[in-house]
Design a protein around this ligand. Structure first.
Ligand SMILES: Cc1cc2nc3c(=O)[nH]c(=O)nc-3n(C[C@H](O)[C@H](O)[C@H](O)COP(=O)(O)OP(=O)(O)OC[C@H]3O[C@@H](n4cnc5c(N)ncnc54)[C@H](O)[C@@H]3O)c2cc1C
Length: 392
């Protein structure tokens, strides 16, 4: 039986995130995103305040000092943070997802090493590094048939890691990287593994922070690993446990992306609605012109569809036997719908839709990032298509 009602605890976290977005993110983000150097834009003041409220650590298990918030609470919080600024939400989404990975796949020793460090430092954020210059979409749809160029070879009690990753969220600030690479060990030769690599490991270098038009507060960077030596016990999971987890992890990531795109689309819609209720042309408020009113009706209908699918997929992710195909569907649909809603919002505002003094231009720019991150739209549809071919 589907039940999309939100518990009091989850609603409190959602409301706290909304309040934080309104009071602490929105007043700062529009200016900070235009600082000239992309490396300088990372919003440490916001991250620290949000961390003190628990948004950085909400997925940490109770035994390690977290609140082990529900997946629903995490999704609702990310949507509200994205309503404030997509870049800020991305910083937390990347970090919270990796925390869940350690909680599920980590050994006791790894958890006892990681969680105390993570809990005590408001600036401890995380990065997942999979994409590399020669392998982007391949990593989403053809992982079994490709070998990542980044590789790790055991040498005594250490892995020796070499390679280049690019476009990586939080990479210039993260304290710990989760690096997906080709395993050159004898037991798994040519397979894949994931290593946890502390930022201060000799041989780790952030080569450059990419400049981009969307998510400007969350940095993406290129990192190189040159003969980096990490302890053998820093391997996260085994081939078998990662395999069992991969679909679940992908589904959670997809609905995180969908919820954040909904947050951006809601922000754009609200701006357009307010504008249309106040702007007078042709002797009446523009919302009373059918051409504009119907655009707003279409936008709000899209928001309702995105919201319903978000809840459905969140609910599925919380089940023990979820329907994994729904993850890429939600990501695909929310990305398309968000871009359409944001473009319509810009149209409703007339010339003001692209003026820098109003936020709608920012929502349009941010919505475009949905085409590329968490896999492309094509990658999402190919995953759905493959299960159709498989006879679902
Ligand atoms: C804002 C942002 C944040 C990101 N954050 C991270 C991160 O934190 N960690 C990380 O590891 N990566 C990250 N990425 C990388 C992201 O996952 C890749 O950019 C994405 O998967 C696409 O890869 P690509 O850029 O190499 O494009 P390509 O793979 O070169 O694709 C180019 C085009 O070809 C299409 N295409 C490619 N292969 C196929 C195929 N087999 N069939 C049909 N069409 C195909 C694609 O859909 C796309 O339209 C981020 C990217 C962005 C933009």
């Amino acid at each position: 039986m589907l039940d999309f009602s939100v518990t009091e605890e989850d609603a409190a976290i959602r409301d706290l995130a909304h309040d934080f977005a309104e009071k602490e993110i929105r007043p700062i983000a529009p200016k900070q995103e235009w600082l000239q150097d992309p490396a300088e834009r990372f919003p440490w003041a916001i991250v620290e305040k949000a961390s003190k409220l628990g948004f950085r650590t909400m997925t940490v298990p109770k035994e390690f000092g977290g609140i082990d918030a529900s997946f629903t609470a995490m999704i609702l919080a990310l949507e509200e943070l994205a309503w404030g600024d997509l870049g800020v939400a991305i910083i937390f989404s990347t970090t919270l997802a990796k925390v869940k990975r350690i909680a599920r796949l980590g050994t006791t020793e790894q958890k006892e090493w990681f969680f105390p460090r993570f809990m005590e430092n408001d600036r401890y954020v995380l990065s997942g590094a999979t994409s590399e210059p020669a392998h982007g979409t391949d990593t989403f749809i053809a992982m079994d048939t490709i070998q990542l160029n980044t590789n790790a070879k055991p040498d005594g009690k250490e892995w020796v890691l070499n390679g280049t990753k690019h476009f990586i969220n939080n990479a210039n600030e993260a304290s710990l990287y989760f690096v997906t690479c080709t395993d050159l060990s004898e037991k798994n030769l040519g397979g894949r593994t994931v290593l946890m690599v502390p930022r201060d490991t000799p041989g780790v270098k952030v080569e450059r922070v990419h400049e981009k038009i969307s998510q400007r507060l969350s940095n993406n960077a290129e990192i190189t690993f040159s003969n980096c030596r990490v302890p053998i016990q820093n391997e996260l999971g085994t081939a078998a446990t990662r395999e069992a987890e991969v679909l679940h992890f992908a589904m959670e990531h997809n609905v995180q992306a969908a919820a954040m795109m909904l947050g951006v689309a809601r922000a754009a819609y609200e701006s357009a609605l307010e504008y249309a209720r106040n702007r007078v042309q042709g002797g009446k408020k523009i919302i009373e012109h059918q051409a504009i009113g119907m655009m707003l009706a279409e936008m709000v209908t899209s928001l309702e569809c995105m919201d319903a699918l978000k809840f459905r997929v969140t609910w599925e992710a919380e089940q023990s036997r979820p329907n994994y195909d729904l993850g890429p569907m939600a990501k695909y649909h929310a990305s398309e719908a968000s871009i359409k809603v944001c473009l319509k919002a810009a149209e409703v505002l007339g010339g003001s839709g692209i003026m820098m003094e109003l936020p709608v231009q920012k929502y349009v720019r941010d919505s475009l990032s949905a085409l590329h991150y968490d896999g492309t739209q094509q990658a999402a549809l190919i995953r759905v298509m493959n299960s159709l071919i498989g006879g679902r």
